[in-house]
Design a binder for this molecule. Structure first.
Ligand code: GH3
Ligand code: MG
Ligand code: MG
Length: 330
């Protein structure tokens, strides 16, 4: 973690010297002319001038900018309205917006601009040094905000996902499981649950070593992520036990998905250090609209009992509740 922190600091320092990308929106063009003359030949700033406000908004959807400069009124919008539109785009929710106007520095105007979400107001004429300092400050703010968002995202990943397999960890998965059960019950939608466990995993560790065991887990994580849908939720509940939630999935659909995955795992051994390591999984599963008394915990217990039956039946197979459509033969 110390090393990661150092990397971060180095990245941040580097960010401070990165070039700054500015989008300048000026339908009329005269403010732009003055700004561009001041910034000319300065390699730190790369300015895209766009006259048409609608075109500017679509450019903001495609590209990342460090600062958006709004010159006075922009077409049919006031500068404030336009700033609001900039912030509604997902890429630029936090990008500093600066209003550029001609005239004396006016306190009421500055307050208005800040209230409208502006980060600064630049009044022309302005000295080159002051302009550059203001732009550098805003660029720094933007880079730090970007880093903070990335870091938050990384921390959320670390806190919620299992590092070895890339699927949700137990705590995060169970939180989501409770939520999905609530949702399915409230809207009377079926929710599918598959509990999977690697067969004789202890033997894999014993015969091939613990590192090979870890690779099997990693491989299974990858297969799970690749073979289920984006809306399905995958979690590692512990050791070599995983669960998949399949929202909106009928009992027939669940049986098919379970059998397809069981067969896929059995057919797709891991190759590790030149050695083939075949393995199989057993699955306990069910799908239904959760009843009033049912919770994530009762569904988990039920799936666990079915998984136990699958183990007793000889492993590498699926057990579903009585009356549930059977998996297709394969
Ligand atoms: P069964 O078919 O009945 O499921 O047998 P099994 O051997 O898979 O089950 P058992 O519960 O007896 O053993 C599970 C083993 O999983 C024991 C434990 O050492 C191993 N294990 C748990 N977590 C990890 C891990 O993160 N990495 C590795 N390599 N092994 C793990
Ligand atoms: Mg096992
Ligand atoms: Mg187990």
């Amino acid at each position: 973690m110390v090393e990661a922190d150092l990397d971060l600091v180095l990245e941040m320092l580097e960010g401070l010297h990165r070039e700054s990308r500015l989008l300048l929106v000026d339908p009329e063009g005269s403010i732009a002319q003055e700004l561009l003359a001041l910034l000319r030949d300065d390699p730190r700033f790369k300015v895209d001038l766009i006259r048409d406000p609608m075109e500017a908004l679509s450019k903001l959807e495609q590209d990342r900018y460090d600062i958006v400069l709004i010159a006075g009124e922009v077409g049919e919008f006031s500068g404030e309205e336009f700033a609001r539109l900039v912030r509604t785009g997902p890429r630029h929710r936090l990008t500093p917006v600066i209003f550029v106007e001609r005239g004396e520095r006016d306190r009421d105007r500055v307050r208005e601009a800040f209230e409208a979400g502006g980060y600064d107001v630049i009044f022309l004429p302005i000295r080159r040094e002051e302009l550059i300092s203001r732009l550098e400050n805003m660029t720094r703010i933007n880079h730090l905000q970007q880093r903070l968002m990335e870091l938050n995202h990384r921390l959320a990943q670390l806190a919620n996902y299992d590092a070895l397999t890339g699927v949700a960890n137990r705590r995060h998965f169970l939180d989501r499981f409770r939520l999905e059960v609530e949702r399915a019950r409230r809207y009377h939608r079926p929710l599918g649950v598959l509990l999977l466990d690697i067969d004789h995993f202890k033997r894999i560790n014993d015969n091939h070593g613990h590192q090979a065991g870890d690779e099997v887990l990693r491989w299974l994580g990858k297969l799970l992520r690749e073979n289920f849908r984006k809306v399905d939720l995958i979690g590692r509940l512990g050791g070599e036990e995983f669960m998949v939630l399949l929202p909106e999935t009928s009992p027939e659909g669940l049986a098919k998905a379970a059998e397809r995955f069981r067969a896929r795992v059995a057919a797709d051994p891991l190759f590790f250090q030149g050695e083939e390591i075949p393995f199989t999984i057993s699955i306990g599963g069910l799908s239904r609209v959760p009843g009033e008394e049912e919770t994530a915990s009762t569904l988990y217990s039920e799936a666990d009992a079915l998984l136990y039956e699958a183990k007793r039946a000889g492993r590498n197979c699926i057990r579903l509740p009585a009356g549930h459509p059977a998996p297709p033969a394969s």
